[in-house]
Write a new protein. Structure first.
Length: 328
């Protein structure tokens, strides 16, 4: 089935950094060398690259003390029923997936559109096809999985441009330029949070598929505390308002890299038709439940190294500073 949507031209094209001659300054040579390595890895068949990347990822993960400690805290709070050995194995698997995905990133730039489409498997596409046929405004709910960039670029390659919110990487301007170029190579728009939500919402109304991350911690002022596995999480409470303002339907979408098949999988769940509920707490609970449902089947795909639980209920202290983990 061919995908198509009515897309109106955008007056605000969003954040589109351009190449600067200053990028060739010697201080950026290390960045260019690493990009060269990614280019080389993109040319290696995944069957050869992935076993190497998996072992390399576990090696790096054992030495990335701060990132590993954050993952240990998150998993201890979310999965207290697991023993330390089980959680350590999950973290090892997470770092393996991370490296496999990172070393595949070059494919998005240095290989063809058809290559990306052949490398992608969509599960549950019927949930999206119906909404596209109805030409309804859409927001894709995409967790912080390691393959997070792949669904947006994939859909854009099929003629479904994406509108996303992003944070510029000003400390790494070369990467910032290349990542933006990669994300927008088949169309779409990225907006910074400094611009506010207005251009992002307008793009969704004009037919662009909104890309929304459900797991960011915006602090207690913009959040409600919801259940997240065995703990509580500060969940953004404003998605219902965004849905009301755009008339969009929210579609959960989990990106997964399957190292056994070499496929980037997009697992689409039924739309969250109950949003909005006009109750901030209930909206946040629906969002958190959807996030948990997406992460639970393949937890090693998720970025457990993030500070997911830094805002705590009842003025509890920051767990990344206070929680003691066996083996740390």
């Amino acid at each position: 089935m061919k995908l198509s949507r009515t897309i109106k031209p955008l007056t605000n094209q969003g954040y589109r950094p351009r190449f600067q001659w200053s990028f060739l300054h010697p201080k950026h040579w290390g960045t260019w060398i690493s990009i060269g390595f990614l280019m080389l890895f993109a040319l290696i068949p995944w069957q050869v690259r992935d076993p190497i990347a998996g072992k390399l990822g576990k090696f790096i993960g054992r030495r990335a003390k701060k990132a590993r400690q954050r993952a240990q805290v998150n998993l201890t709070l979310c999965f207290p029923e697991q023993n330390p050995a089980q959680r350590e194995a999950m973290i090892d698997d997470m770092f393996a997936v991370a490296t496999q995905v990172i070393l595949a990133m070059g494919e998005l730039t240095f290989k063809s559109k058809s290559h990306l489409q052949n490398r992608t498997l969509v599960v549950g596409r019927e949930h999206l096809d119906r909404l596209i046929e109805e030409d309804r405004p859409l927001i894709m709910l995409v967790p912080h999985a390691w393959a997070i960039d792949f669904p947006g670029i994939y859909w854009a390659s099929l003629g479904l441009p994406i509108a996303a919110l992003m944070k510029p990487q000003h400390r790494q301007p070369v990467y910032d330029w290349l990542i933006s170029k990669q994300r927008l190579q088949y169309g779409g728009a990225c907006y910074t949070r400094e611009e506010g939500l207005k251009p992002y919402l307008k793009a969704i109304k004009q037919g662009y598929m909104g890309y929304y991350l459900p797991d960011e911690d915006f602090g207690p002022e913009q959040s409600q505390f919801t259940d997240f596995f065995a703990t509580k999480k500060a969940t953004f409470a404003g998605l219902g308002k965004i849905v009301r303002m755009t008339g969009a339907t929210v579609v959960p979408m989990m990106p997964v890299y399957n190292a056994e098949t070499g496929k980037f999988e997009i697992h689409i769940s039924p739309a969250l038709e109950e949003l909005p509920t006009n109750d901030l707490q209930r909206d946040a609970e629906i969002l958190a439940h959807s996030l948990e449902s997406m992460v639970a089947p393949t937890p090693s795909q998720y970025m457990w190294n993030l500070r997911l639980l830094k805002t705590r209920p009842d003025n509890e202290p920051n767990p990344y500073q206070t929680l003691k983990i066996d083996g740390i």
